[in-house]
Write a protein that binds this ligand. Sequence first.
Ligand SMILES: Nc1ncnc2c1ncn2[C@@H]1O[C@H](COP(=O)(O)OP(=O)(O)OP(=O)(O)O)[C@@H](O)[C@H]1O
Ligand SMILES: [Mg+2]
Length: 320
Amino acid sequence: MIELEGLTKRYGEKVAVKDLTFTVRPGIITGFLGPNGAGKSTTMRMILGLDHPTAGDVRIDGTRYDRLKDPLTCIGALLEAKGVHPGRSAYNHLLCLAQSNGIPRQRVHEVLDTVGLTAVARKKAKGFSLGMGQRLGIAAALLGDPRILMFDEPVNGLDPEGIHWIRTLMKSLAAQGRTVFVSSHLMSEMALTADHLVVIGQGRLLADTSMAEFIERNSRSYVRVRSPQRERLLDALRQAGVTAVESGDGALEVDGSKAEYIGELAARQQLVLHELSPQQASLEEAFMRLTAESVEYHAHTGTGTPAPPRQQWGESWKKG
Ligand SMILES: Nc1ncnc2c1ncn2[C@@H]1O[C@H](COP(=O)(O)OP(=O)(O)OP(=O)(O)O)[C@@H](O)[C@H]1O
Ligand SMILES: [Mg+2]
């Protein structure tokens, strides 16, 4: 478990992280999201004691990082895959880490095998691709068999097979009851991986909720309808007081009504439907909405542009 309490980091005038309070729980994958510069990496560095908080506190299973007896056996982290001496082999890099932390040599072989680097273990790290470097960083994180794992953008540079592999790895780590805290900008990947989300913007907490609740709260759900009798359908919807917006490809998007209601309404008017599908909002859409709103809220200082308004078919619409 990782517990943050009022965590704040200031760099001169810049407040990178502001009063963050949340708990990362074991047994699930917690996704850590936020736009570029939101303060994710800074937060992760403070969790590992690599940066000192200006205010607030972090606890790793109840203890501050600098008071942990064997830190690598408590928390393993992949921050930036740059902490490897270029002239050192993957094996020697891991062996140094193991020996300086009282971890048996056998564990080096195990983690090399887990991340699929056994065949290139004796090659110098400077010849590694971005993806191989990420795998080596993940091997280092796993070395102490820690109860808590933290990954900052772990799929960076990984190919589709590698992305699938790390997703499976994180799920199995969580299923073993470990705490898994992971940041990523790949929303489609996060949607498949994370159970819980912590979202920050401009260093502040924007959301701390389950994936399902986050999507439901921050996105619009609607029903997509296509009909060859579109104009008549629009008329019927309008008379029933239902708002429809045009999707741009000839279909209509209906807010605030269930598919059953729209289908029955169309049937009563003997209207043909070619499509009637409730739309599952995406994590990306929810994320964009939430973070755009936070930018909009701070519009007097921010530079973000809110999403353009969609074309509304409301009361002003007249049958052509
Ligand atoms: N050592 C530092 N000195 C000064 N400012 C810093 C330092 N480290 C981070 N910052 C600033 O703090 C803010 C948060 O940066 P951080 O790297 O934590 O964001 P992030 O959420 O990880 O972004 P990204 O998604 O781009 O990785 C940024 O405005 C950044 O410029
Ligand atoms: Mg970062």
